[in-house]
Each structure stands twice: as C-alpha cells, then as structure tokens.
Design a binder for this molecule. Sequence first.
Ligand code: UDP
Length: 195
Amino acid sequence: SNQATVLDVKIDSVTMNSALSIAERFIAEKKPHMIATANAEMVMLAHQDSELAGILGQSDLVLPDGAGVVWAARYLGYTMPERVAGYDFTQQLLARSAEKGYRVYMFGSKPEIIEKARENAITRYPGLNIVGVRHGYYTAADEQAIIDDVIAKNPDILLVALGIPKQEKWIAKNMYTLKIPINIGVGGTFDGMAG
Ligand code: UDP
C-alpha cells in the first residue's frame, strides 16, 4: 500500500478495513509479521532511538494510530484516508478473530489487568479463543518460560503490551523464534479493555 514519511518514520496509508484485510493476509501466509502503531510519542522516540527507528522501518504494517501523525502526513501532502487507532484496530481484530476462529495470545500489563481484559474480551466477542495470557512484569530469568508458553499455545495473533519501545524491541527480538503470523505492540490497550 501507499506510505507516508513523517520525521523519517514510514506510515502506511490504510483504512481500518484495508488494515484488517492485510492482517488477515498475514495470518493466511503463516509467516511472522510485525504491526506497529505510529503516534507522536512513537515518532519522537524513533528520532532519538535508532534501534526503534530500524524496527519501525522493518515492520510489515505501520498504522496511522495518532491524530497528530495523520495531520502531519496530510500536511506533507501524502494521502492518509483515516486514523486507525491501535486500540480500535485491536478491538476489530478481536471481533474478527471471534468470527473466524483466530487464536489470540495476550502478553503484557499488570496481572489483574490482563485477567480482567481477558474476561471482558470473551464477553464482548463471543466465541473468542484466547489461548493464553501472561502479565508483563518479568525478569530475564522468566523470558524463556514466556517464549515456551507462547510457542506451546500456538496463537495466530500475539498482542504485546509492554509500553513503547519495550514492546517493539521484544517483538523484533523474538518474532522469528515464535513464528506467529501477527505480532502487535498494543501499549495501553489492555488497560482500556479492563476498564
Ligand atoms: N507494561 C508492562 N511491563 C513493563 C512496562 C509496562 O507490562 O515492564 C505495561 C503497562 O502495565 C501497560 C502497558 O505496558 O499496560 C503500556 O504501558 P504505558 O502506558 O506505560 O506505555 P505506552 O502505552 O505509553 O507505551
């Protein structure tokens, strides 16, 4: 699809519907893909953090998550049909997962938040198959067990909520080991879903 470049960050010119279609294609392809969400915080951090900038550059899909980046892209003359907020995209992806039987793993946020987010999700999206959850407060000694659990649960979609840029770096480091079709850094999404 078309892309805009805002402060050296490439952002895909997608709509909610086209982004969902691309995500479903990633699942069909079965190869690991990373979806990132571009907002002002992400763009500013990438400007100072070359590792994060490199990860965004390698992402398979970068959503126009923030109103500011949509405005900036249009101001620079790019086509940017609509804002696709990461929170809304995740909700749509969960709804579609419930319809199509995609397997979802939720990783990150506080223990009580992840449990409540899971409960609310299965109420909101009947039939949703959440194959695993893991909170995001871990030490280096826990990392292998987390990876082993994700692999054992074999999800189609891994939602990672560790905050920017930790979640993007975690995905970039582990996605080729995990081999999950969709890996998304979702920031505060589970906190929103729990509330
Ligand atoms: N988080 C986590 N482990 C950490 C740091 C943060 O699980 O080591 C979670 C935090 O509980 C929250 C989410 O990451 O659910 C997003 O954090 P924050 O709002 O600080 O980040 P942002 O969305 O601004 O990137």
